[in-house]
Structure formats: structure tokens, C-alpha cells
Design a protein around this ligand. Sequence first.
Ligand code: SF4
Ligand code: SF4
Length: 122
Amino acid sequence: MTQEGFTYAFNPSACATCGGKCCTGESGNIFVSVTEIAAIAKLLEMDEGEFRRTFLRKEGFRFSLKEKIVKGSFDCVFFDRSQNGCSIYTARPLQCRTFPFWDYFRHRIDELKAECPGIIHD
Ligand code: SF4
Ligand code: SF4
């Protein structure tokens, strides 16, 4: 898989054995828009207010998904280790859908390769 403007490619089959490195590890923000908040709450059949209180934290003027610490790793609250995947996959935020083709990584390919085993770059 390639994307215009990026010099690397991505092999999604690497996700099967990776253990969700992009959803776990170091602490970070997983930003969600108001539209995404509504979509995830709907998927979980939760009241939106309850969803926000349970799963979101405020980061400045934005909202991020919370994390849970598992064996010293900061896992996204929706990463399911038993299934090795995202428990809200069909409603996952744009930030997750667009990984690994983020502007941030465009010129930080070594950093990206260290995080994601699916990156192909000569
Ligand atoms: S780090 Fe890369 S290979 Fe691993 S789950 Fe995320 S996208 Fe897939
Ligand atoms: S929402 Fe899903 S894809 Fe996104 S970081 Fe959390 S577990 Fe990973």
C-alpha cells in the first residue's frame, strides 16, 4: 500500500503478528472529533456523555482516547490484547485510519520503522 507524497509503502499483513505496536507502548494522544465521538458512542450503544466521561480525556481544546497501563505499556483503552486488535475498529478515529501515512512521519521514516514492522522503505 502506498500513498502519494510518501516515500515508503505499508504492508497491512504485518498487523497480524505485530501485537498492535501503534496502539500500545509509549503514551500519546489519540484525538477524536465530535463526529467520531458520536460514532464510537453509537457503536458501543452508550450515552454520549457517559462515553466521554468513561473513555476520553481533555487535551487542551481537544479530546483524546484514554489509555490503560498494561505490563508497563500505555495501551489505547480500546486495544484488545486477547484479540490482538481494535475493539472499535469500524468506528476508529481518522488518526488511526490514516496511520502510518502521517505528515509527522513523512521525514521521520527511521522512527516510523522502529514502531511499525509493516513499513517498506529502501
Ligand atoms: S504498528 Fe504497523 S504493523 Fe503493527 S498493528 Fe500498527 S500498523 Fe499494523
Ligand atoms: S482506537 Fe483502535 S486503532 Fe486507534 S489506537 Fe485505539 S485500539 Fe488502536
